[in-house]
Design a protein around this ligand. Structure first.
Ligand code: PLP
Length: 366
């Protein structure tokens, strides 16, 4: 049976009629940037995350980078300050830090959860460390209780990279509400995906929100008067209109992801395949279902032979990327072994029960 890794057409199909109506409204309004659809989405997403402010921006990378730039502009950070970030994250987390003129300190993750290890983070703190960027990787919340204890103790700013974790929650607190600010991505393949690029920042900090509204729009608070050397990074009206519709369906889609994860957890019984560790209900929204295996290529080929698509998140560690020669000397054994062994199984609301069972069967036959 063909099991696609992801099928955006199928994921978006149920919304087609609502999308067409919303697109027509935007087109006929004659207002395409920073209008009522954006405001509506910002209000709804802030409420969804349980924070005071949501600032729509062009994409997830800029969401993260703009928060850091805002902290530099407002004197909370100084160029060259150190920001702790998990070494096994997607490259965008690190790009955001270096784009803002800050120094990314790559910290080993916890081998079980794939998320930033509080002990390793504490060991990496120096007098220059001023911020931490926990990443809720694959959709699972980082250990925010332990990490917040650390950042409180050392007076560090916290920027969550929540690009993969829309709606994940622990103790009634949602991703995007743990830190001083958070960055989200609405890239089409993310759990809350637009029909193009999109991103947002969430925060409870009034002054930060004010700076960010300006920074995303040339650094201008009032048209043609510029307070900061800002950028142009806005969430388009038409994308905001689509996201308003998709936000309403997010919890149901997340529930389906969790249902599939539970089926994989219960069904896959093969000592060669290590299933993901997750603590409990709701704190993992399964953007990805990532297993570990000693001989990844063999497992990937075995599944491919049965028409099951898998992907690797991510095949090259950030510190071995050509873009970052300054990190090439680092030895990060936990990160490196994760990168050699991880394989992402098909995951998403596009999967049928029969497809999920086909994946389980194929894994058990490996
Ligand atoms: C997708 C992603 C980003 C970047 O989001 P874009 O919208 O693609 O720029 C940042 N961090 C993580 C962990 C991501 O998965």
């Amino acid at each position: 049976m063909h099991v696609p890794f992801l099928d955006l057409k199928a994921i978006n199909a149920p919304y087609m009629a609502a999308f067409e109506k919303a697109a027509a409204e935007v087109i006929q309004s004659g207002w395409y940037i920073q209008g009522t659809k954006l405001k509506e989405f910002e209000t709804a997403f802030a409420a969804y995350c349980g924070v005071k402010h949501c600032i729509g921006v062009g994409n997830g990378l800029e969401a993260l980078a703009l928060v850091l730039q805002a902290w530099v502009e407002t004197g909370k950070l100084t160029e060259g300050d150190e920001v702790l970030v998990p070494a096994n994250t997607y490259i965008a987390s690190i790009l955001a830090i270096t784009k803002a003129g800050l120094k990314a300190i790559l910290v080993e993750p916890d081998a079980q959860s794939f998320n930033l290890c509080p002990k390793a983070a504490e060991a990496a703190i120096t007098p220059k460390t001023k911020a931490m960027m926990p990443v809720h990787l694959y959709g699972q919340l980082a250990d925010m209780t332990a990490l917040k204890a650390l950042t409180d103790k050392h007076n560090l700013l916290v920027l969550e990279d929540a690009a993969q974790a829309h709606g994940a929650s622990r103790g009634g607190i949602k991703a995007g509400a743990f830190g001083d600010a958070a960055g989200f991505s609405f890239y089409p393949g993310k759990n809350l995906g637009a029909l193009g690029d999109g991103g947002a920042i969430t925060t409870n900090d009034d002054a930060l929100a004010k700076a960010l509204y300006a920074l995303r729009n040339y650094g201008s608070e009032q048209k043609y008067y510029n307070v900061y050397k800002g950028t142009n990074s806005r969430l388009d009206e038409i994308q905001a209109a689509f996201l308003n519709i998709k936000l309403e369906g997010l919890d149901a889609q997340t529930a389906r992801r969790i249902e599939i994860a539970k089926a994989y957890d219960a069904g896959i019984q093969n000592d060669a395949i290590q299933k993901p560790m997750w603590a409990g209900e709701g704190d993992h929204v399964f953007h990805l279902y990532v297993v570990r295996t000693a001989n990844r290529e063999a497992l990937q080929n075995h599944l491919k032979a049965q028409d099951i698509e898998t992907l690797i998140h991510y095949p090259v560690v950030p510190h071995k990327q050509k873009a970052y020669p300054e990190y090439a000397h680092l030895s990060l054994p936990v990160t490196e072994s994760i990168h050699e062994q991880v394989l992402s199984l098909p995951m998403g609301p596009h999967l049928s029960d029969a497809q999920v069972q086909a994946v389980i069967k194929a894994c058990n036959a490996y």
